[in-house]
Design a protein around this ligand. Structure first.
Ligand code: MG
Length: 380
């Protein structure tokens, strides 16, 4: 028996919480389209994101370790998949719209340049020379609204306004909002944002341990690690190969964080009297977050990773190298815009500022494509 869209909408009515965004109440897309008879709106958004080119390029963009460093480290694609998994679990537990949460999580890093935060820093610095700035969440919006070309009818992917606004993380980006809201357009967006933090904190500990740049001894300084370790030892005993032991602890830490976020959300929703999507829209502040008990521990963990992992010379040198490379590449195209690929040259002809077009091109590159462009410029 095939499920038509109206059956799926009925499922949403039955399962979702009153403060979840239902696809039937979506504000829709910027360009009117005939909708799919079987798929719900946010489901269709998710499918479009997975099939766009920018999504595939995440596989060769740096998360922390430059993407060709080793097979078991996260790149931006595996990071995105982990964020999505956590976001969906939290959304399901809270009775939120999983499709909407999933679409936002899948798209959240599309605008991230190569070479991780070094790349973002480099582009921001270059754009600063023109009185502009670069921020990857805004670039994700630009990709989804303009740069992807998959339909003869419109630029971008023509996603629903809920997904697009769901990507606006920072107050400074709120000028891009399509719908009115104060702090956040919906809880689904807040869940995707927090899932990002849970994912990267844990996978960076995992990658840090794997690389030997941080140690289990150092991790034992953290209450959360000790709690996870105690739980694992109680369940499995101490006779376990190290690889499995680490794996179980990371898994347990993710669970502890997810449980904390869900319990805190339940309390906050009650305390803040959140009953409808409009209550979320007009609420000044975040509703989804860690408990007061866990927040300082999360801050300490981030500070520890910053000092011992991200700023470790082994990581920082590669990022620094990438940062320089992107800045040089930017200067090169500024001098020789005729070396840009045809579609980008067309954008300049169409009236777009040269520096914006160059930023779009470089932000879209993978690590090795940026390297290749830099090498090949010597041939011209
Ligand atoms: Mg991310």
């Amino acid at each position: 028996m095939l499920k038509a869209k109206k059956d799926l909408q009925k499922n949403e009515d039955l399962v979702l919480a009153p403060y979840a965004v239902k696809s039937s109440s979506s504000a829709g897309r910027v360009f009117k389209e005939k909708e799919d008879p079987y798929r719900l709106l946010f489901q269709r958004d998710r499918d479009r994101i997975i099939h766009c080119k920018s999504f595939r390029r995440l596989q060769a963009k740096t998360q922390v370790f430059v993407s060709y460093y080793g097979d078991h480290y996260r790149d931006r694609l595996t990071h995105t998949i982990e964020v999505t998994q956590i976001a969906r679990d939290v959304a399901r537990t809270l009775g939120l719209n999983e499709d909407l949460t999933e679409a936002i999580a899948l798209a959240h890093d599309l605008g991230h340049p190569p070479f991780g935060h070094g790349g973002e820093y480099a582009l921001n610095e270059m754009m600063g020379r023109f009185g502009l700035h670069f921020e990857h969440n805004e670039q994700s919006r630009r990709i989804l609204e303009k740069l992807e070309k998959m339909s003869p009818d419109f630029d971008g992917l023509n996603l629903t306004k809920e997904v697009l606004d769901g990507l606006l993380k920072h107050k400074e980006s709120h000028y891009m909002a399509l719908l009115p809201f104060v702090s956040s357009p919906h809880l689904e967006s807040q869940v995707a944002d927090l899932a990002d933090e849970i994912a990267y904190t844990n996978h960076d500990i995992d990658d840090g341990l794997r690389s030997g740049l941080i140690s289990i001894r150092q991790m034992r300084k953290f209450r959360l690690w000790r709690k996870a370790e105690k739980d694992i030892l109680e369940k499995y005993g101490s006779e376990m190969p190290l690889e499995r032991f680490k794996s179980r602890i990371i898994s347990r830490m993710i669970s502890l964080m997810i449980h904390d976020v869900c319990a805190t959300a339940e309390r906050n929703i009650k305390k803040m009297k959140i009953k409808t999507v409009a209550d979320v829209r007009y609420f000044n502040g975040k509703i989804i977050g860690f408990s007061a008990g866990l927040k300082p521990e999360m801050r300490r963990l981030r500070a520890f990773l910053m000092d011992n992992f991200y700023y470790n010379p082994k990581v920082a040198q590669q990022i620094e190298r990438g940062k320089k490379l992107l800045k040089n590449l930017f200067m090169y195209y500024l001098e020789k815009p005729d070396k840009l690929p045809l579609p980008f040259r067309k954008n300049i002809k169409g009236g777009e500022a040269k520096e914006i077009v160059i930023k779009d091109y470089i932000a879209g590159m993978t690590d090795h494509y940026a390297e290749q462009c830099w090498k090949e410029r010597k041939k011209h």
